[in-house]
Ligand binder design. Structure first.
Ligand code: DC
Length: 226
């Protein structure tokens, strides 16, 4: 009987982490956990409650009474906040523009990391985010740091948006990606950095399938080593 492992996937916005993690999870029969969705959910609720997003105290106290659940479904992972389906609402441009500010609060991170650690405990999990290999599962059996050029990441977002009927100029998407990269990498509380023992994967010139195959192969090797 093969043991299941914990896989941490980190990297900047638009590197393809969620698409790839989802597909790899299906192939491996693992649970996929999108940690960005948790930061998005509390950002969405803070905006809905008209909180000042610089007010860490207020956001932390709102988070304490907020239930966030990630549920797999045929339509992809569904995000439930206080039993309400917010899967689409948390992807709005407004939430995207403000999530970096909310996720920079150390105590917001502390609480979400605590919840994520519980989700990772049982193994057979593939989790994506910014600090998974460095803070959430520092002893993960497999760590990947995935990136691509800002140009390519903006191009992917553009195509993705077009399919969803969202029209935002390419240059605006690119500027937003560069701004978020900078903010996420320079924040004080667990900035986006590659874990020392992570495998770096540049996906600029790779297809989704090629990246999924590489990760599945690495995961199978690590499973055998357990
Ligand atoms: O992956 P995403 O675009 O849905 O993430 C949204 C934001 O949340 C991103 O700007 C950085 C933050 N984030 C984080 O700080 N740590 C994580 N583990 C996941 C996301």
């Amino acid at each position: 009987m093969m043991k299941t492992i914990r896989i941490a996937i980190d990297g900047p916005a638009g590197a393809g982490k969620s698409t790839i993690a989802k597909l790899a999870a299906e192939k491996l029969n693992y649970t996929y956990v999108d940690t960005g969705a948790m930061y998005r959910a509390i950002t969405y609720k803070s905006i809905e409650n008209n909180l000042e997003l610089s007010n860490e105290e207020a956001i932390v106290s709102l988070l304490a009474s907020t239930k966030i659940e990630l549920q797999p479904s045929d339509l992809g992972q569904q995000v439930l906040m206080d039993d309400q389906n917010v899967s689409d609402a948390i992807r709005s441009q407004q939430v995207t523009a403000h999530v970096s500010e909310v996720s920079a609060h150390a105590r917001v991170r502390e609480e979400l990391v605590r919840r994520q650690m519980v989700l990772a405990q049982s193994g057979g999990v593939i989790m994506d985010g910014r600090d998974i290999g460095t803070h959430v599962i520092p002893d993960a059996e497999l760590k990947i740091f995935m990136s691509a050029t800002a140009e390519e990441r903006a191009r992917r977002r553009f195509v993705d948006n077009k399919e969803r009927g969202i029209s935002i100029e390419f240059e605006e998407l690119k500027a937003d990606i560069i701004r978020r990269d900078k903010f996420d990498s320079e924040r004080k509380a667990s900035p986006l950095v590659q874990a020392q023992d992570a495998i770096y994967l540049d996906t600029t010139n790779l297809t989704i399938q090629q990246v999924v195959d590489q990760i599945v192969e690495l995961a199978k090797e690590r499973e055998l080593q357990q």
